[in-house]
Design a protein. Structure first.
Length: 550
């Protein structure tokens, strides 16, 4: 009896420890203010009818996003319970991440021994892709989708002994899909998963019976797809860059490398150790069935990402990261124990080392956005903020919130590219900018002449540059060159707004009536810069423009 109680205590302690680890690793987010797209989400919640996200398709089309009603519901509950307190939103966010990790462990526990279920959940928690979720409220739907999908998987394991639980699993699966569509492929994996071991009768549940138990999930998927089409008018897409069909093969070839880069960050000793140990563990999957299932899961995790991978975001790699974390734990569980423990120790330790390096950089970016956005709220006439990181569309929403929600007077302005300094030679007022060492916005007015001279002298006005634009249907495409290395940006309003862009890509133009004049900026790896003159894009179908400077 005593031994049984001890086992129960251990089983309870592991998910609690994993949940607590999430708080220890990522609790600095509680110091942040609004960042990224928070202002866009908040305005949608503040200006639309109550609970619009449950019944109003027009709101999603205005948002130009995806079908994510549970994200808006989650954020709306924070707003209604605690007002516009960012700390309350981040508390909820961290709680969701900690529960997500514990639930993933609970799901793995049906298939893996205690130690390896814990290792799989820990590897998931410390991965750079997961760390990217912790620092941004706008991606909470990924966290909650993983939580709901893990609960669905646990109910599925229970349904193999008690078939009525399949309906609970299907309901959780539908909720996960409504949180974020990354959960959709789960239905294809459920019947293929081996029955959990260690429970009487489960090993005798054949594929035909598992297929029958997945029928409620098929009904849930049909309902989700019908809702998605009714709201967005499409089953695929909904956001992100537009992609020409001819570009898909290249994107497909590049995608594994992009995702692998998000798995381990940069080439530090910690990243190398982490990558090698993960590879060694995953290779330990001895059976052909396990290898095929892992490959299929990776394929299903990557395919939905392909259309939006023109510019890779860390969150796009999260589904594939879950697959790799599980494959690592499963591989270790099938390896000689002493070797498996050694591999796991290296992976867990080097992963934590990498996590701290990666998190430091990610949090520094979020901290800068937070400080700059707070400062924008307090700016007065005559204040100018240099190079805020938050996208211009979100800054415009902050301007609206500043006057309408926070009841602050209008005042101040900002610019995101130092071309602004070259085009405005007169006095600018009091210029401010973020100082990383001080972790705050400081007065840069005295440094502006030097900053202006440095940037303007780095411009090579006659350097070769080219740009071609084309509108096809509702999509606006571009190709920039001739350089393959370096970065390109679209610069609007004389440097007031700047957007880093891929060399060749496009975006969906539906709902937009026109585009403002823009310059193409190219920054060389050697540090010099060149700009095109202002170009005026059109959005009429069939319109095209070619500009070049030899």
């Amino acid at each position: 009896m005593l031994a049984q109680k001890r086992l129960v205590a251990i089983e309870a302690a592991i998910p609690l420890a994993l949940a607590a680890s999430a708080w220890l690793l990522y609790s600095p987010v509680l110091r942040l203010w609004w960042t990224h797209d928070d202002f866009v989400h908040l305005r949608l919640l503040l200006t639309h009818r109550p609970f619009w996200y449950l019944f109003d398709a027009a709101g999603y089309r205005e948002f130009r996003g995806n079908l994510t009603p549970l994200l808006f519901f989650s954020l709306d509950m924070d707003r209604r319970l605690s007002g516009l307190s960012p700390q309350s939103f981040y508390l909820h966010h961290l709680a969701a991440l900690s529960l997500c990790t514990a639930a993933l462990h609970g799901a793995l526990r049906f298939w893996l021994p205690r130690l390896w279920a814990a290792v799989g959940a820990w590897i998931f928690l410390i991965g750079p892709a997961t760390a990217s979720l912790a620092a941004s409220l706008m991606v909470r739907h990924y966290v909650e989708a993983i939580l709901l999908a893990s609960l669905s998987l646990m109910a599925w394991a229970g349904a193999l002994r008690r078939p009525p639980l399949a309906w609970l699993s299907a309901a959780l699966y539908l909720a996960a899909c409504l949180a974020k569509e990354v959960a959709v492929p789960l239905i294809l994996l459920l019947p293929l998963l081996p029955p959990p071991g260690g429970q009487p009768g489960e090993q005798h549940v054949g594929f035909r019976e598992r297929f029958r138990l997945a029928l409620p999930h098929a009904a849930a998927l049909a309902l989700y797809l019908a809702l998605r089409y009714a709201v967005l008018g499409t089953l695929l897409g909904g956001y992100g860059f537009a992609v020409r069909p001819s570009s898909l093969p290249v994107l497909a070839l590049e995608l594994p490398g992009k995702i692998a880069a998000e798995f381990v960050g940069w080439s530090s000793p910690a990243a190398i150790l982490f990558a090698l140990s993960l590879f060694a563990g995953a290779l330990s999957l001895h059976t052909r069935r396990a290898a095929v299932l892992t490959g299929l899961a990776l394929l299903l995790a990557m395919l939905p990402v392909l259309p939006v991978s023109t510019r890779m975001e860390a969150r796009y790699a999260v589904p594939a990261w879950i697959v790799l974390s599980v494959a690592f734990a499963a591989g270790c569980s099938r390896t000689r124990r002493s070797l498996a423990v050694a591999i796991a120790v290296v992976a867990c330790a080097s992963g934590l080392w990498l996590n701290r390096q990666d998190w430091s950089a990610r949090f520094a970016t979020a901290e800068r956005m937070s400080a700059e956005n707070r400062f924008l709220l307090e700016m007065q006439d005559g204040d100018v903020l240099r190079q805020p990181l938050t996208l211009a569309a979100s800054l415009s929403e902050l301007e609206w919130m500043k006057q309408t929600v926070y009841r602050r007077p209008r005042g101040g302005r900002w610019f995101q590219d130092d071309l602004y300094l070259c085009l405005h030679r007169g006095p600018l007022g009091r210029v401010w900018g973020y100082a990383p060492g001080a972790h705050r916005v400081v007065d840069l007015t005295a440094r502006i002449p030097a900053l202006r001279a440095r940037h303007c002298s780095s411009i090579r006005s006659g350097a070769p540059l080219r740009a071609s634009f084309q509108v096809a249907g509702k999509n606006f495409f571009w190709d920039l060159g001739p350089y393959r290395e370096g970065t390109y940006r679209f610069v609007l309003d004389g440097g007031g707004m700047a957007f880093e862009m891929p060399r060749s890509a496009g975006f969906r133009a539906q709902g937009r009536l026109a585009l403002p004049p823009m310059r193409i900026e190219y920054t060389s790896p050697d540090g010099w810069i060149t700009y095109s003159p202002e170009l005026q894009p059109q959005l009429a179908d069939g319109w095209s423009l070619r500009w070049s400077r030899p």
